[in-house]
Design a binder for this molecule. Structure first.
Ligand SMILES: [Zn+2]
Length: 354
């Protein structure tokens, strides 16, 4: 074989076993490995160039010789690497001090979104609101029909809503509002005795949105509803003012802008004075000093009637807010996906959210 190979390669081959045995640590080993079989500038790389340049009738024999040499080197390298790694591991074990205190396990905490929802519940609890829940797999009746959403409304389309292929008429709820329908039906039996109905409904909702910094196919809402005698917009505004000041600080101002949702009439969008810049204008409020925080309105009579409640006797208000959106604003998090990736560094940094 040697007569086929250039003299410096033959010399390198002779020196190899000793050089390999002389590698006392992985750094030295990797240098030697690079010099013999590395991708560039190594003996093997030089042999490959030689093979490329060789006359056709010599290629076969030369190729076989190079392959044999390369395989022998790689095998020896592999064995030596295993020895060095085992030695390193053994040295590490010897350096371990059993008298040192163990590393402490990371302590869990509530997720920032859960903490924010809990906080909303606590703000409303003194006003007599309790928590109601509903299933995440809902019927069209609860998710749309009972909320005065017309049959041809685009939100009902399969482009926006996840329908369960195996269960016609069932879907992943697109908002927490079906809890309104369920709870109105459930509590109407005691509506006279209690003088009305009031509750909060936090939970997960689903929409066919592409994942991007401000959208996710799963997110959270908190729904609030109150039914009573002679309830009007002034009660809605007063309650929201109280709640949003409890959340964002006593200097917070709110404003109502007319809007449309099928399940309320009149409907409004509610802005708060930007809590991050004291309404002076910043990136979060886009310089306006106001941030849109929720949608609300007076319960549409059709919603009350659908649940079997007399809309001539009773009236009320409802609101719904996006939890991620509020959490992003409060923590100035630019990307909603961070709340779902469970990167412990982010979750720990969010420890100060409330
Ligand atoms: Zn601002």
């Amino acid at each position: 074989m040697d007569q086929l190979l250039p003299p410096e390669i033959a010399e390198a081959e002779r020196a190899f076993p000793e050089a390999l045995a002389a590698c006392r640590d992985l750094d030295a080993f990797l240098r030697l490995k690079g010099a013999y079989v590395g991708r560039e500038g190594s003996y093997v790389a030089r042999l490959m160039d030689l093979l490329k340049a060789a006359p056709k009738d010599q290629k076969r024999e030369l190729g076989a010789a190079i392959n044999a040499l390369k395989n022998a080197w790689e095998e020896a390298l592999k064995a030596r690497q295993a020895e060095l790694e085992a030695a390193k591991k053994a040295a590490g074990a010897a350096a371990w001090d059993p008298t040192l205190p163990p590393p402490l396990p990371a302590r869990g905490a509530l997720h920032p979104l859960n903490r924010l929802m809990d906080r909303l519940v606590e703000v409303f609890r003194p006003l007599g609101f309790h928590v109601e829940e509903g299933p995440e797999v809902e019927t069209e009746e609860h998710n749309f029909d009972g909320l005065n959403i017309p049959a041809d409304h685009p939100a009902r389309g399969s482009a926006d809503t996840f329908y369960l292929a195996a269960h016609p008429g069932q879907l992943l709820r697109t908002h927490t509002s079906p809890v309104q329908v369920r709870t109105l039906r459930k509590l109407k039996a005691t509506i006279h005795e209690k003088g009305g109905i009031r509750f909060l409904a936090p939970g997960r909702v689903y929409r066919k949105d592409e994942i991007d910094p401000t959208h996710s196919p799963m997110f959270h809402q908190v729904e609030g509803m109150l039914v009573g005698h002679g309830i009007g917009m002034q009660h809605l505004k007063g309650t929201l003012e109280y709640a949003l000041r409890a959340l964002f600080g006593p200097a917070t101002e709110i404003r109502l802008r007319p809007s449309y949702f099928p399940f309320v009439e009149p409907g409004c969008e509610v802005d708060v004075s930007c809590p991050l810049c004291a309404a002076k204008g910043c990136r979060v409020c886009k310089g306006s000093g106001w941030v849109e925080i929720l949608g609300a309105g007076l319960i549409h009579p059709n919603v009350l009637e659908f649940a079997g409640i007399d809309s001539k006797e009773w009236s009320g208000w409802a609101f719904g807010m996006g939890v991620e959106r509020m959490a992003m604003m409060l923590s100035q998090t630019p990307d909603l996906r961070l709340f779902f990736e469970n990167d412990q560094r982010f979750l720990e940094a969010m420890g100060g959210l409330d």
